[in-house]
Design a protein around this ligand. Structure first.
Ligand code: 2P0
Length: 356
């Protein structure tokens, strides 16, 4: 009744921002991401009949009450229901990167939790079933089950066994169809992601809250959602062809359109600070000067800059030379979520269960 799992965060190249259904946490549109090796969440779940409530320890601190504990407990309810068990669980989770600051900790967190909790509960789910389950915890977590380049389906269509799209109808049917799948393995294209941390604190407006406000009040929300399928097609083609210039164009466009929709909310949501904006300009100027780099920004002020492996040193220097950058993290295409022995075990020895 105890299991350990490790998962990496992922960064969307085509963003997820908005929900079509709250009960099943269905995304308003699909998305496309890269799973990031080099940053990890490790989670241990133990079901124990002696516990009278679920407990959560996050980054060494007990979470006694509040939204985070409730969200984890509600997720565990889904696992208990599926496994036919009633025991509460002890959950210990550790990130080796800043939590809740726009570095996708909910993606790696719920991916690791889904794998550890289902394994501890004795369930043996396929990678697709795990992705559907992880989505109920956090939309972006559905993508972190897989390594490399990943596409999340919006649930309007299911992907048939022959790869073609099959229309779905009810929310329940759509729930089973809204999952992620790998479109290219990590080894397909050695892109690097250099992350400029511009603020260490937790963000003021969480992703879920920001999305809900955007879709309820922004006049740009519908246009944003309508723009996503074309961007996914373009990004998938750029990944398949390893076309950096094409991926740069579509990824920056998707990021800016997502933020524009959020800024159009009432009151407007601005995740950026002055350093975020300075980095946008620095990256565009460097690209115009011939350096292959592009930026993307999630629901926080950090800037993620992608480059081919051979441009890593120059990319890093560009970010380090921008005033206001507090810390630089580096990531590379990573593997999917996997079971691991314990918190200190070698990740290379971990069993990869999400490689299909
Ligand atoms: C993404 N983000 O595609 C987008 C871009 C942030 C900006 O997915 O409500 O934590 O838990 O399903 O997955 C962050 O949203 O949202 C996110 P919920 P989640 O990566």
């Amino acid at each position: 009744m105890k299991a350990f799992a490790l998962a990496h965060p992922n960064i969307a190249l085509v963003k997820y921002w908005g929900k079509r259904d709250f009960a099943y946490n269905l995304p308003g549109a699909g998305s496309l991401s890269l799973t990031l090796g080099g940053l990890s969440t490790r989670t241990c779940v133990e079901f124990d009949a002696a516990l009278d409530a679920d407990s959560l320890q996050l980054d060494g601190k007990a979470v006694e009450s509040g939204g985070k504990l409730k969200r984890v407990s509600q997720f565990l309810d889904l696992v208990r229901e599926r496994a036919g068990i009633s025991q509460h669980a002890r959950v210990i989770s550790e990130n080796d990167f800043p939590t809740g600051a726009g570095l996708a900790s909910s993606a790696s967190g719920f991916a690791a939790l889904a794998l550890a909790a289902t394994t501890a509960a004795g369930l043996e789910l396929s990678a697709t079933e795990l992705s559907i389950l992880a989505r109920r915890g956090s939309g972006s977590a559905a993508r972190s089950l897989f390594g490399g380049y990943v596409e999340m389906n919006d649930g309007v269509y299911a992907i048939g066994e022959d790869g073609t799209k099959v229309a779905t109808r009810s929310a329940e049917e759509a729930s089973k169809a809204a999952y992620a799948r790998q479109i290219a393995p990590a080894a397909h294209w050695d892109l690097r992601c250099v992350i400029a941390v511009t603020s260490a604190g937790e963000k003021d407006i969480g992703s879920t809250e920001g999305m809900v406000s955007t879709q309820n009040t922004s006049p740009y929300y519908e246009q944003w959602i309508a723009s996503v399928p074309g961007d996914i097609e373009r990004a998938a083609a750029a990944v398949a062809a390893r076309d950096f210039a094409a991926l740069a164009e579509v990824a920056e466009a998707s990021c800016l359109r997502m933020h524009a929709s959020a800024m159009g909310a009432d009151p407007g949501i601005i995740y950026w600070n002055a350093t975020t904006v300075a980095l946008i300009h620095a990256v565009r100027k460097a690209r115009a000067g011939g350096l292959p780099v592009f930026f993307t920004i999630d629901a926080g002020p950090q800037v993620k800059v992608f480059c081919p492996a051979e441009a890593l040193d120059e990319c890093r220097a560009l970010l380090a030379g921008t005033q206001g950058v507090r810390q630089i993290l580096e990531a590379h295409p990573g593997e999917g979520a996997r079971l691991c022995g314990d918190f200190v075990s070698d990740a290379a020895a971990a069993k990869d269960v999400a490689g299909d």
